[in-house]
Design a protein around this ligand. Structure first.
Ligand SMILES: [Zn+2]
Ligand SMILES: [Zn+2]
Length: 357
C-alpha cells in the first residue's frame, strides 16, 4: 500500500488501478495497471472525469497511438497524494491539468508562445493518461477548479482553452460575425465562447441534424447544412452573408474551401479541425481580399485560467456542451466510434469510477 501524506491527513491508496489501454485501431481494453509512483515534484490525481477529444479519434480509431498507450488529456479530479517537494497543493484539492511549460529559451518561448516550443510534447499535450483511475502529473501543471464548478464541467477546461486560442488567432471582436463549420464537441465550445464574448452573429454549418440542433442550444444564431452555404463565383466577390472570421472544425476539405470563400474582405480563416485530405484554396481570393488563413494548435499562454473562469461564470450553456450521462472506461472505444460518425453531438466524459458491463 502507498501512503499519501498531507499535513495530518493520511490516505491509503491501492497498488493497482483500472485503465483503458490501446491495442490496435478501435480496440481498447480495461486492464489493471500499477498506480503511478511519485517523484518529489509530482501529484497523484484521482480522475473524476476525462473528456474524449477529437485527437483521441485519430489516436485510437485511426491507429496513430503507440500500442499500450493510455490516452485522455481533458481531465479533472481530486489530489490524493503529493510528492515531498510539493507545498502549494494538498490532498483533497480539486484540479485540472495543463501542459508542461516550454523550454523557456527557444525563439517561440521568448515570444510568449510556449506552445510552439521547439521541444513541445506530442499530440496528447504531455499531460495525457487520464482514461484511468489515477494520473501522475507534475504539480506545476495543475490549476485549481473554482468553487461550485462540477468536475465533469471542469473537464471541459482543455478543449475550451483550445477554442479560446482559436478565437485569439482569428482576431474577431464583440459585435462582429463568425462562421463555424462542423458542430462537434469543439465546434460547440467555439459557438458558446463566441457568444459569451459578444459575437452575436454566429452561423453554423453542419451535416448532422442532431449536431445542428445542439449548435442552436449552444448559441448559434443560424444553422444550415454545408450544401446551403452559398459561395460567390468570382474571387473578387464577397458573399451576402460574409463573416469577419471563420472557424473550420470539421477537417473536411469542402468545408475549408467554403469557409474561406465566405469571409469578408480582410477576414480570417482559422483551421481547427484536422482531416486526411488537403483543400484547394483559390489564391486569387486570398490575394484580392487580403484574407488571412491560419491555424490554431493549442492554447494561449493564459488559456487554462481563462477557460476555468468562463466555465465557472455561468455564461456558457453547459448542458448543451456535455452529453447528459458520463460513461465508464469500458465504453470508451464505442464512444470514440460514435463521436467519429457524429452519432454523438457533445462532449462525452469518461468517469473511471463507474463500472461498465
Ligand atoms: Zn483535447
Ligand atoms: Zn521553447
Amino acid at each position: 500500500m502507498l501512503r499519501a501524506m498531507s499535513g495530518s491527513a493520511t490516505t491509503t491508496l491501492p497498488e493497482t488501478m483500472r485503465a483503458s489501454v490501446y491495442h490496435s485501431p478501435g480496440k481498447l481494453s480495461v486492464e489493471e495497471r500499477p498506480v503511478p509512483t511519485l517523484e518529489p515534484g509530482d501529484a497523484l490525481v484521482a480522475i473524476a472525469g476525462c473528456g474524449i477529444c477529437g485527437t483521441d479519434i485519430h489516436l485510437f480509431r485511426d491507429g496513430m497511438a503507440p500500442r499500450g498507450t493510455i490516452g485522455g488529456h481533458e481531465w479533472a479530479g481530486t489530489i490524493v497524494a503529493v510528492g515531498d517537494a510539493v507545498r502549494e497543493w494538498r490532498v483533497g484539492d480539486l484540479v485540472v491539468g495543463g501542459p508542461p511549460s516550454g523550454c523557456g529559451t527557444c525563439e517561440y518561448c521568448r515570444a510568449a508562445r510556449p506552445f510552439l516550443c521547439v521541444s513541445r510534447p506530442g499530440m496528447d499535450g504531455g499531460f495525457g493518461g487520464a482514461f484511468a483511475e489515477f494520473l501522475r502529473i507534475r504539480a506545476k501543471q495543475l490549476f485549481a477548479v473554482p468553487d461550485g464548478l462540477p468536475l465533469r464541467a471542469a473537464a471541459l477546461t482543455e478543449p475550451l482553452a483550445v477554442a479560446l486560442h482559436a478565437i485569439t488567432r482569428s482576431g474577431v471582436r464583440a459585435g462582429e460575425s463568425a462562421l463555424v463549420t462542423g458542430a462537434g464537441p469543439l465546434g460547440l465550445l467555439l459557438i458558446a465562447a463566441l457568444r459569451a464574448m459578444g459575437v452575436d452573429d454566429v452561423l453554423v454549418s453542419e451535416p448532422s441534424p442532431t449536431r445542428r440542433e445542439r449548435a442552436r442550444a449552444a448559441g448559434a444564431t443560424a444553422v444550415c447544412e454545408p450544401e446551403a452555404l452559398v459561395v460567390p463565383r468570382m474571387p473578387f466577390d464577397v458573399a451576402e452573408k460574409a463573416v469577419h472570421a471563420a472557424f473550420e472544425c470539421s477537417g473536411a476539405p469542402a468545408a475549408m474551401e467554403a469557409a474561406l470563400a465566405l469571409l469578408r474582405r480582410a477576414g480570417t480563416l482559422v483551421l481547427v479541425g484536422t482531416g486526411g485530405r488537403p483543400p484547394a484554396f483559390d489564391p486569387h481570393r486570398i490575394l484580392l481580399n487580403e484574407l488571412v488563413v491560419t491555424g490554431a494548435f493549442n492554447y494561449d499562454a493564459d488559456g487554462f485560467p481563462r477557460a476555468l473562469e468562463l466555465l465557472a461564470s455561468g455564461r456558457l450553456p453547459l448542458e448543451a456542451l456535455l452529453e447528459p450521462a458520463d460513461a465508464p472506461l469500458e465504453d470508451l472505444a464505442q464512444a470514440i466510434a460514435r463521436l467519429g460518425t457524429a452519432e454523438i453531438a457533445s462532449k462525452v466524459v469518461i468517469d473511471p469510477r463507474l463500472r461498465g458491463p
